[in-house]
Design a protein around this ligand. Structure first.
Ligand SMILES: *[C@@H]1O[C@H](CO)[C@@H](O)[C@H](O)[C@H]1NC(C)=O
Ligand SMILES: *[C@@H]1O[C@H](CO)[C@@H](O)[C@H](O)[C@H]1NC(C)=O
Ligand SMILES: *[C@@H]1O[C@H](CO)[C@@H](O)[C@H](O)[C@H]1NC(C)=O
Ligand SMILES: *[C@@H]1O[C@H](CO)[C@@H](O)[C@H](O)[C@H]1NC(C)=O
Ligand SMILES: *[C@@H]1O[C@H](CO)[C@@H](O)[C@H](O)[C@H]1NC(C)=O
Ligand SMILES: *[C@@H]1O[C@H](CO)[C@@H](O)[C@H](O)[C@H]1NC(C)=O
Length: 406
């Protein structure tokens, strides 16, 4: 923890906005190198949106977005499925180092006619950025002079902390605090402790306010791919999936253990050979044989994506017991109501996990969505119910200037 306390600044800044008393805090991670790392954003949909529209908003791959949320990405035409307003998703993003702090600056947003910076911040990006940060990054002097059609860089929170928490692999979720949240409840929801959240965020006391952005460590599986593989930093949160090697390989984490498990993906794409040399095993296969000294396990594992080809590695180990079949994290169909998806995020109780459907029983049919408006574009109206937070609380502070004030 000492390392983190030194690295971390839990900054607060008085906002002279609207009611003049709102304080929004955000955890930032200083950085100096140009290496990038993986993190998650906790995002609540501001309208009914197609999967492809949510992915486009953050400039992430649709399959990567679905995989990170254990939503079945192999369904036909899944990109056009409509996800409901208010659904909470984990958006996987790459964090870079910009202005001395870790953040994602690869997201661009094109202003629509009715947009203001305040509505873009509070609604479209569900409080993950602030007016000040957008103004700062884009050098905007006069926000009222912005034209529809202008493209803005949207800085988003990103922390990695070496992708570890208490020396165990972790991926960090940037979570925007909602009305009614408490550190204890958030900790319970993400199977961590209040103490851990407070340590990670260098908080002196557990008080939080709507609009604060907390870094929540989630247990994860790390890869041990070749150093020169372009997916060598692959990190997958427990209970979820990632897609790699040009959509050829899917990797999952959990639920039984935190060893990354990769198999050929369920997407129909043409891929180079996935068979391990000198064997008839393909990636994800293993054979085991009980011997006098233990169980002789031979497995064919994914070794990373190198120069456009799939690396495999065949390993034989002697284990105390022969392993059973591999259990995969449950996969759900694209949620049609916010309740079904809420096990991933802000949900009142773990009982909502009833929304999980084992992959074996997932519907393969194309569903229609009664009650959801046609997702003709993100220009849809904003749901009042999901917009109830006071706007003043939605503005987090301008990280860079506060960083230098310290
Ligand atoms: C980062 O984590 C790795 C193990 O994943 C560890 O070897 C290394 O010492 C850590 N670096 C820092 C600066 O904590
Ligand atoms: C991973 O998630 C499963 C449930 O999905 C849980 O039972 C298990 O304890 C989790 N593992 C860790 C290390 O958190
Ligand atoms: C190897 O894995 C593939 C798909 O992952 C599976 O269909 C096949 O049955 C496995 N073969 C063996 C021998 O386990
Ligand atoms: C373990 O299995 C491998 C491959 O099947 C074989 O080459 C090796 O000799 C076996 N080792 C033992 C100790 O049985
Ligand atoms: C990848 O390609 C580069 C240049 O094309 C080559 O120098 C390098 O050795 C290749 N790496 C591997 C592991 O094949
Ligand atoms: C790895 O390479 C593939 C194609 O060669 C590319 O599509 C993908 O974005 C790369 N991944 C990373 C993390 O650079």
């Amino acid at each position: 923890m000492e390392k983190k306390s030194l690295l971390l600044f839990f900054i607060s800044s008085l906002l002279a906005l609207l009611d003049g008393s709102a304080i929004a805090k955000s955890t930032i991670e200083p950085c100096s190198t140009s290496d990038s790392c993986l993190a998650l954003l906790g995002y609540s949909l501001y309208a009914d949106l197609k999967v492809a529209e949510v992915a486009a908003l953050f400039q992430v791959d649709t399959v990567a977005l679905l995989a990170a949320n254990s939503i079945d990405f192999s369904l036909p035409d899944v990109d056009n499925r409509i996800l409901p307003a208010g659904l909470f998703l984990r958006v996987p993003i790459a964090c870079s180092c910009s202005g001395g702090i870790r953040r994602s600056v690869s997201t661009r947003y094109t202003l629509r006619p009715a947009d203001t910076l305040a509505s873009v911040v509070a609604s479209v990006f569900s409080g993950l950025t602030s007016v000040d940060q957008i103004r700062d990054v884009n050098g905007i002097q006069d926000p009222s002079a912005l034209d529809a059609g202008s493209t803005l860089v949207v800085p988003l929170p990103c922390v990695c902390f070496n992708s570890t928490d208490n020396f165990l692999p972790a991926v960090y979720l940037s979570y925007v605090v909602l009305k009614g949240d408490s550190v204890a409840a958030i900790a319970a929801r993400y199977a961590t402790t209040a103490t851990d959240i407070m340590n990670v965020n260098s908080m002196g006391d557990p008080s939080i306010h709507p609009g604060d952005i907390l870094a929540i460590p989630l247990p994860a599986c790390t890869s041990t791919f070749q150093q020169f593989a372009n997916d060598s930093g692959l990190l997958v949160a427990n209970g979820s999936y990632a897609i790699t090697a040009g959509h050829c390989i899917q990797c999952s984490c959990g639920p039984g253990n935190l060893n990354l498990y990769c198999t050929p993906s369920s997407l129909a794409v043409s891929c180079s050979s996935m068979q391990c040399g000198n064997s008839n095993l393909i990636i994800g296969n293993f054979t085991s044989q009980q011997t006098n000294s233990g169980c002789n396990v031979t497995s064919c594992d994914y070794g990373g994506f190198v120069n456009g080809s799939i690396f495999t590695s065949l390993t034989t180990t002697l284990q105390p017991q022969c392993p059973g079949g591999h259990q995969l994290p449950p996969v759900i169909p694209p949620p049609t109501t916010t309740l079904h998806g809420s096990y991933l995020g802000p949900s009142p109780s773990p009982a909502e996990a009833g929304g999980r459907i084992p992959s074996s029983s997932r519907p393969q049919t194309t569903q229609t969505f009664p009650g959801s408006s046609p997702a003709s574009g993100p220009a849809g109206s904003i749901s009042e119910a999901h917009f109830a937070r006071p706007w003043s609380h939605m503005f987090c502070m301008l990280a860079i200037s506060c960083f230098f004030l310290l």
